[in-house]
Each structure stands twice: as C-alpha cells, then as structure tokens.
Write a protein that binds this ligand. Sequence first.
Ligand code: ZN
Length: 457
Amino acid sequence: MKPLEYFKKNRERMLEELMEFLRIPSVSAQPEHKEDMQRCAKWLSNHCKAIGLNVEIHQTKGHPIVLARTPHSASKRSYMVYGHYDVQPVEPLEGWTKTKNPFEPVVKEGNIYGRGTSDDKGQLFTHLKAIECILKTGSELPFNVVFLMEGEEEIGSGSLSQFLEEHAADLRSEAVVISDTGMPAITCPAVTYALRGVLAFEVFLTGPDRDLHSGIHGGGVQNPAHALCSMISSLHDSQGRVTVPGFYDEVEPLSPYEREQFKKLPHNDESYKESLKLKKLFGEEGYTTVERRSCRPTLEINGLTCGYQGTGSKTIVPSVASAKITCRIVPHQKADVIMDRVCKHIENICPPTVSIRIVRGHAGDPYIVEPDSPKVQAALRALGRAFEQEPTIMREGGSIPITMEFKRKLGAEALLIGLSLPDDNAHSPNEKFSLECFDNGVATSVYLWEELSPLSS
Ligand SMILES: [Zn+2]
C-alpha cells in the first residue's frame, strides 16, 4: 500500500487521535497546568511509540522536550522536524463561540476548532501522521528523521537553547522542517525562506533638571520634546528611507526570481488599505507593499513620552522626553552592527542644549535560506503536489528566534512550511485548523521526504 492510501483508510482514526492530543490543556504559561504539560509530553511520547518511533522524554527546568526518532540507519542522512505541544492560554473564554470549551475540540464547516488546532498541535500532527503512513506501509524513507517537540514555545523556548547545545552532536541535521507558521491562502501554499530580525532601544533626552514654568522659563531653555521630535523626524527622508548612514549597506537587492514569485501572493493594496481604514498607503519608494513589509529594513517609533499627559493643560517646559524605537532588519544585516550605527547617529544629531542617554534593549539577527536552494525547491514541489496549486516563496516580516538557534547550534537551516491560514485565529478565541490543510499537510510531508531524496547521498 502507498502511504497516502494508508492515510485515506485511517484518516478518521487519525483525526480522533488529534482530538485526544488537543483535549490535554497544555498551557505552558500557567502554573496550574504544569501537570498537564507532563501529561501531554507523556501522551505524545506514547503516541510516537505506537507509530514506530524511538522516544525519549527529557525533563528540563521548565517543561519536557520529547525526542522521537525513526529507526536509525547509519547510512542515511538525518533531518529534524520541530514542533511544540504547548499552547497559548484560552482567555477570554467568552470569545469561544464555535466550541464552548477550547479543550473540547469540534469539527464544523470543514475546520477543527479548539486551542492548539493550528498552533501547533495540528500542524505538528501532519508530520507525525506522514511518518506513520510511511513506516506502517513499509515505504522507503530516505532519511533518519528526528522529531523535536518542546513545551515552551509559547513562553520563549527557554530550555531549548541549552538542550540543543548539550545534544548538538546527536541532533546534527541537514535541515529542520517547521510547520508552525502560516500560508497566505489555501490556493497559495508557500515556503517561508526569510525572516526579519529586530532590535530595540530607548532614547532619553534631558533638558532642565525639573519641569519648569513655561511663562517664566519658556523661550530661555531648549524644550527636550522639541529636540527629540526634530531628531526623530530627521531619521526618515521624504521617500520613506531611513537616513542613518550605512543603514542599508548590507541589504542585498531582491533578485528578479524573488520579485516575480511575490507577485503570486494574494495581496491587494486597495483591500489592504480598506482593512486598516487608511486614507492612503505609505512606504519606501521603489518597493511594493509586500516587499516593504517583509524585505526592507525599517525604523519605527513605538512610543513617545514627554511632559504632562493628564486632563486639561499644564504650562511647563518638561525636563525629560523619551522615545522607544525598534528596527526590523533584513538579511544580511547584523543586529549589533545596525544597533551601533543607529545609536551613534542619534547621539551625533543630538543638539548640545540637552543631554542624551540611550538604553539598548533586545536584538536578534534576521534569517534567510537561499530561495533557489535544492531543499527549498524540493519543499515547493511537495506543496505543489499536495495542494495542487502553484506554490510560491515568501518572506515573513516578523522573527522566529528558534530558526537562528537551529542554525547556530546545529548548523541546520530551517524549512518553514506553514499550514495555518490567515483566519485561523492563532493565540485568539476560536482557533481553528482547516481539515483541507490537515489532509494536504500530511500529503506535503509524505511528498517532502520523496522530493528531498535525491539529496540523500
Ligand atoms: Zn506556534
């Protein structure tokens, strides 16, 4: 029997198993669910044993990590599949209208509703079921596959980094397959090949050592709010470009292949504008909205604070003004280098009438796998066969820090094959996973190992 015939025959049973998995309230953030986390790891481990995998549960300072491996063959290369069995808290409960209890999943209108359905139990399950289909039909699996399933993704993956470090030799992989992100539409399956990085800092300008009476002192001293506003407004030019010297130095131009692929993405400027109730779109000249939101670095003011914020007016020259600023950075920029350039520039443009202090915050590098690499192309073929749609490549505007961890600790690139749809309500009430995505996800995973097999030796 072929793996996907086996899937057809066993699909109802597999969905019932997924329901069982979903019924365990594995909320990593809430201490009252600590036992449920253990129970979920145990359930997962028993399940993996039943489908023919060798399983280890590793206790950590937080929640356990479950490793499950296909029967090992020394002559085969290894791939990893990463997923997480923890879920977000379910509050507010009033929002859950499709199922009264977020941990009592229901199937409705071609979707399965419940906490964890798409993020990430449902997506992870497609890969487990694909391996089951391959192993139970005695089909050829050209690789050793290890599943790494953690229980702390929703709270920052605190134990993962050290775990990877300690088990690096054992977990070395050609690539890490991750289905924990989205696809733009059911008609547009996509591989995410690049993510933006991020860096954060806060600028404080101090003028006088206390708030002053504006009638007595106004005009005689520099108002730090004015200084801050004029500094900030000089950070962009009229075409939406960031003016910090060297800001774009490492950014590589988009290739014709990339720009061509992006046109397949279901984006429409007019409906995007409508959805945000905007009068007009804005962004760096020479780039489409899709490119601006995912391929270009940005500098954003996230918060401005100064002076009196209460009811009515207060006639002062404030003592302090501050701004919270973050940059999204893109391949091949480095977070610490850009942080240096931006902070130095802001210090340089600060007028001598106020003093400046910059407090640096978190920083993370961007991520990229070359989009024309054989692995990405294999993943695209697998998606195309499973969804019977022309797949595309896409960049994500946000960051997924674990992808960097896998690269740093295991030297492995990530293959991000997101199966969640934009309206799946991840982290929100009425989270769902489309059954079509479940079915096609299993097929994608079966095809993926096949499509990667020319790279097996
Ligand atoms: Zn997730």
